[in-house]
Design a protein around this ligand. Structure first.
Ligand code: SF4
Ligand code: SF4
Length: 146
Protein backbone atom coordinates (compact mmCIF):
# COMPACT_ATOMS: atom_id res chain seq x y z
CA UNK A 1 0.00 0.00 0.00
CA UNK A 2 1.21 3.48 -0.79
CA UNK A 3 2.11 5.59 2.27
CA UNK A 4 2.68 8.70 0.15
CA UNK A 5 -0.41 10.43 1.43
CA UNK A 6 0.73 10.51 5.05
CA UNK A 7 1.65 14.02 6.12
CA UNK A 8 3.05 12.78 9.46
CA UNK A 9 0.61 14.79 11.54
CA UNK A 10 0.33 11.99 14.15
CA UNK A 11 -3.36 12.67 14.70
CA UNK A 12 -4.44 9.07 14.02
CA UNK A 13 -2.46 7.95 17.12
CA UNK A 14 -3.57 10.79 19.38
CA UNK A 15 -7.24 9.96 19.69
CA UNK A 16 -8.04 6.33 18.98
CA UNK A 17 -11.65 5.33 19.64
CA UNK A 18 -11.93 2.19 21.75
CA UNK A 19 -14.93 0.25 23.02
CA UNK A 20 -13.34 -1.56 25.98
CA UNK A 21 -16.56 -3.28 26.95
CA UNK A 22 -16.93 -5.02 23.60
CA UNK A 23 -13.16 -5.02 23.01
CA UNK A 24 -13.27 -3.19 19.70
CA UNK A 25 -11.10 -0.48 18.17
CA UNK A 26 -12.33 1.97 15.58
CA UNK A 27 -9.09 2.36 13.72
CA UNK A 28 -8.44 0.57 10.43
CA UNK A 29 -12.16 -0.22 10.31
CA UNK A 30 -13.78 -1.88 13.30
CA UNK A 31 -11.40 -4.49 14.66
CA UNK A 32 -10.93 -6.60 17.78
CA UNK A 33 -8.95 -4.92 20.55
CA UNK A 34 -5.93 -7.14 21.10
CA UNK A 35 -3.93 -7.18 24.33
CA UNK A 36 -0.90 -6.09 22.33
CA UNK A 37 -2.73 -2.97 21.15
CA UNK A 38 -4.43 -2.29 24.48
CA UNK A 39 -1.14 -1.97 26.31
CA UNK A 40 -0.14 0.93 24.05
CA UNK A 41 -3.11 3.04 25.06
CA UNK A 42 -3.77 5.77 27.59
CA UNK A 43 -7.39 6.94 27.88
CA UNK A 44 -7.89 10.67 27.41
CA UNK A 45 -11.65 11.06 27.44
CA UNK A 46 -14.88 9.17 27.16
CA UNK A 47 -18.22 9.62 25.35
CA UNK A 48 -20.90 7.03 26.15
CA UNK A 49 -19.22 3.65 25.66
CA UNK A 50 -16.36 4.98 23.54
CA UNK A 51 -13.06 5.87 25.19
CA UNK A 52 -10.64 8.01 23.23
CA UNK A 53 -7.04 7.01 23.82
CA UNK A 54 -3.65 8.28 22.83
CA UNK A 55 -0.78 5.93 22.15
CA UNK A 56 2.09 5.89 24.62
CA UNK A 57 4.56 5.61 21.75
CA UNK A 58 3.49 8.87 20.15
CA UNK A 59 6.16 11.46 20.85
CA UNK A 60 5.22 14.80 19.38
CA UNK A 61 3.92 13.80 15.99
CA UNK A 62 6.01 10.68 15.57
CA UNK A 63 5.65 7.02 16.40
CA UNK A 64 8.60 5.75 18.45
CA UNK A 65 7.53 2.12 18.55
CA UNK A 66 10.05 -0.02 16.67
CA UNK A 67 7.77 -3.04 17.02
CA UNK A 68 4.43 -1.58 16.19
CA UNK A 69 1.48 -3.94 15.85
CA UNK A 70 0.42 -5.08 12.41
CA UNK A 71 -2.72 -2.98 12.63
CA UNK A 72 -0.53 0.16 12.80
CA UNK A 73 1.60 -1.01 9.89
CA UNK A 74 -1.52 -1.56 7.79
CA UNK A 75 -3.34 1.62 8.77
CA UNK A 76 -5.16 3.07 6.91
CA UNK A 77 -5.68 0.16 4.50
CA UNK A 78 -9.39 -0.33 4.95
CA UNK A 79 -12.10 1.61 3.10
CA UNK A 80 -13.64 1.89 6.58
CA UNK A 81 -10.56 3.32 8.26
CA UNK A 82 -11.35 6.07 10.77
CA UNK A 83 -9.39 9.09 9.68
CA UNK A 84 -8.92 12.22 11.76
CA UNK A 85 -9.59 15.59 10.22
CA UNK A 86 -6.79 16.62 7.88
CA UNK A 87 -5.52 13.09 7.26
CA UNK A 88 -3.81 12.86 3.88
CA UNK A 89 -5.52 9.55 3.13
CA UNK A 90 -9.00 11.04 3.12
CA UNK A 91 -9.36 11.15 -0.69
CA UNK A 92 -8.02 7.66 -1.27
CA UNK A 93 -10.13 6.14 1.50
CA UNK A 94 -13.25 7.96 0.32
CA UNK A 95 -12.79 6.57 -3.16
CA UNK A 96 -12.23 3.02 -1.82
CA UNK A 97 -15.40 3.35 0.27
CA UNK A 98 -17.41 4.54 -2.73
CA UNK A 99 -16.28 1.46 -4.69
CA UNK A 100 -17.51 -0.84 -1.91
CA UNK A 101 -20.81 1.04 -1.75
CA UNK A 102 -21.25 0.75 -5.52
CA UNK A 103 -20.58 -2.98 -5.34
CA UNK A 104 -23.19 -3.37 -2.60
CA UNK A 105 -25.75 -1.30 -4.55
CA UNK A 106 -25.20 -3.49 -7.61
CA UNK A 107 -25.73 -6.63 -5.54
CA UNK A 108 -28.95 -5.15 -4.15
CA UNK A 109 -30.16 -4.40 -7.69
CA UNK A 110 -29.42 -7.95 -8.74
CA UNK A 111 -31.27 -9.34 -5.73
CA UNK A 112 -34.28 -7.19 -6.65
CA UNK A 113 -34.06 -8.41 -10.23
CA UNK A 114 -33.98 -12.06 -9.16
CA UNK A 115 -36.77 -11.59 -6.65
CA UNK A 116 -39.05 -9.97 -9.22
CA UNK A 117 -38.42 -12.86 -11.61
CA UNK A 118 -40.41 -14.91 -9.07
CA UNK A 119 -38.57 -18.01 -10.13
CA UNK A 120 -38.61 -20.79 -7.58
CA UNK A 121 -35.24 -22.00 -8.57
CA UNK A 122 -32.63 -23.23 -6.09
CA UNK A 123 -29.74 -21.84 -8.07
CA UNK A 124 -31.32 -18.35 -8.09
CA UNK A 125 -31.90 -18.57 -4.34
CA UNK A 126 -28.27 -19.55 -3.93
CA UNK A 127 -27.16 -16.43 -5.80
CA UNK A 128 -29.48 -14.24 -3.68
CA UNK A 129 -28.13 -15.77 -0.46
CA UNK A 130 -24.57 -15.29 -1.64
CA UNK A 131 -25.25 -11.61 -2.47
CA UNK A 132 -26.95 -11.06 0.89
CA UNK A 133 -23.98 -12.59 2.71
CA UNK A 134 -21.63 -10.11 1.03
CA UNK A 135 -23.92 -7.18 1.90
CA UNK A 136 -24.15 -8.39 5.51
CA UNK A 137 -20.37 -8.35 5.80
CA UNK A 138 -20.64 -4.55 5.71
CA UNK A 139 -23.69 -4.27 7.96
CA UNK A 140 -21.67 -2.73 10.81
CA UNK A 141 -20.70 0.06 8.46
CA UNK A 142 -24.28 0.78 7.39
CA UNK A 143 -24.70 -1.34 4.25
CA UNK A 144 -28.45 -1.63 4.88
CA UNK A 145 -28.77 2.05 3.91
CA UNK A 146 -26.48 2.14 0.88
S1 SF4 B 1 -3.70 11.00 10.45
FE1 SF4 B 1 -3.27 10.35 8.37
S2 SF4 B 1 -1.78 11.85 7.62
FE2 SF4 B 1 -1.78 11.99 9.87
S3 SF4 B 1 -0.15 10.59 10.54
FE3 SF4 B 1 -2.09 9.44 10.55
S4 SF4 B 1 -2.13 8.44 8.52
FE4 SF4 B 1 -0.62 10.09 8.41
S1 SF4 C 1 2.41 2.18 17.91
FE1 SF4 C 1 2.92 3.95 16.67
S2 SF4 C 1 1.57 3.77 14.86
FE2 SF4 C 1 0.73 2.43 16.45
S3 SF4 C 1 -0.79 3.69 17.52
FE3 SF4 C 1 1.16 3.89 18.61
S4 SF4 C 1 2.15 5.73 17.78
FE4 SF4 C 1 0.53 5.08 16.36
Amino acid sequence: MSRDFCNKCGECCRRIAVDFENRLIFFDGIQPLTQEFEQLLTPVDKTNNITFCSCNYLKGKLCTNKNKPQVCINYPSSPFAYLPEGCGFYGETFSKLEKVKQQVRKLKEEILHYETMMVQDKSVQKIIDHHKAIINKYKLYGSDDW
